[in-house]
Write a protein that binds this ligand. Structure first.
Ligand code: NAD
Ligand code: UDP
Length: 311
């Protein structure tokens, strides 16, 4: 089996490359390093079954070797990153998805799209089931990411219906773990950095908004189980354990043994008030559920950041 993974030098992409290589696949990682880091792949580049292609997937790509699977994970994913790169984000969600679907079609390969809980926007239904159509502001600042992913889902279903491509769509909820970028602006790296460095922990708004955090190995397991199926409708992959952002700040501060004070900053525009996956579909279809709780996952991730910061 040969698997091409776009966004392979990113946080999730690098874990996927690692898992597919461990399962005996040949892996081709494609990345333009806009938010990724080749260092995430250092430990894999010595493996003869691994190849890296530096390429912006918003431009078409031809691959000589026969591909069995195409996994499209390329996209800025942190709100700070996609606000900094709005047009590349729109392009990789639209043109990049079109190009990777074309690649899968040309090779007769299975296809998997990394979509997101952001397709539900600021949800009016809670928890979020796959049947919910969402509440997205198309012209707000987050629209560049949300609408690109919504378009990506539409074109993926069209390639399945029109061209018979064996497509899969996952809606990933907030995922964390080793190899997140310390400065990517997402809540977990921010809080861990601030707690470990003794800086103020910045809670946006009142901190009563909620998120549900999934450890990366659980996500990778869900992807591994979904890919061989013939299920084409979207599947939520996330950990339903929901927490307010203020509680999350306190949890990380305690884990770090930190004396940092918690300060409140303005809430960004269109910041979703609640987010929690309904994972009944993944449970039933894949016999999957998250195995790593926040206690264990946060500890592992903090150890990684401690090593990075020498703390
Ligand atoms: P990340 O920023 O660490 O990784 C994204 C990777 O894609 C980076 O290596 C980046 O350089 C690469 N990339 C971006 N645009 C590209 C382009 N045009 N061509 C080639 N490479 C490009 O982010 P991540 O958290 O690992 O996210 C990976 C995927 O998972 C994204 O598609 C994201 O939307 C999705 N996702 C992640 C989460 C999460 O909580 N981490 C939640 C929902 C969805
Ligand atoms: N957040 C925060 N402080 C930070 C960074 C983020 O309070 O330093 C909040 C943010 O407003 C949001 C939640 O944490 O409500 C999760 O933000 P993140 O950027 O990780 O991703 P999102 O889930 O919004 O896509």
């Amino acid at each position: 089996m040969r698997t091409l993974i776009t966004g392979g030098a990113g946080f999730i992409g690098s874990h996927l490359c690692e898992r597919f290589l461990a399962e005996g696949h040949e892996v081709i990682a494609v990345d333009n390093l806009i938010t990724g880091d080749l260092a995430n792949l250092d430990h894999l580049r010595v493996n003869p079954k691994f190849r890296f292609i530096g390429h912006d997937i918003s431009n078409p790509l031809k691959v000589r070797e026969k591909l069995d699977n195409v996994l499209h994970f390329a996209s800025p994913a942190s709100p700070v990153d996609y606000l900094e790169h709005p047009i590349p984000t729109l392009k990789v969600g639209s043109l990049g998805t079109h190009n990777t679907l074309g690649l899968a079609k040309a090779h007769g390969a299975r296809y998997l799209l990394a979509s997101t809980s952001e397709v539900y926007g600021d949800p009016l239904e809670h928890p979020q089931k796959e049947s919910y159509w969402g509440n997205v502001n198309p012209v707000g600042v987050r629209g560049v990411y949300d609408e690109a992913k919504r378009f990506a889902e539409s074109i993926t279903m069209a390639y399945h219906r029109v061209h018979g491509v064996n497509t899969h769509i996952i809606r990933i909820f907030n995922t964390y773990g080793e190899r997140m970028r310390l400065n990517d602006g997402r809540v977990l790296p921010n809080f861990m950095y601030q707690a470990l460095m003794g800086e103020s922990i910045t809670v946006y708004g009142k901190g009563d908004q909620t998120r549900s955090f999934q450890y990366v190995s659980d996500l990778v397991e869900g992807i591994w189980r979904l890919l061989p199926t013939d299920h084409h409708d979207p599947v939520n992959l996330g950990n339903p354990a929901e927490i307010t952002i203020l509680e999350f700040a306190e949890e990380i501060k305690k884990l770090a043994g930190s004396k940092s004070e918690i300060v409140f900053k303005p809430l960004p525009q269109d910041d979703p008030k609640v987010r929690q996956p309904d994972i009944a579909r993944a449970r039933q279809l894949l016999g999957w559920e998250p195995k790593v709780g926040r206690d264990e996952g946060l500890k592992r991730t903090m150890d990684f950041f401690r090593r990075k910061l020498g703390k």
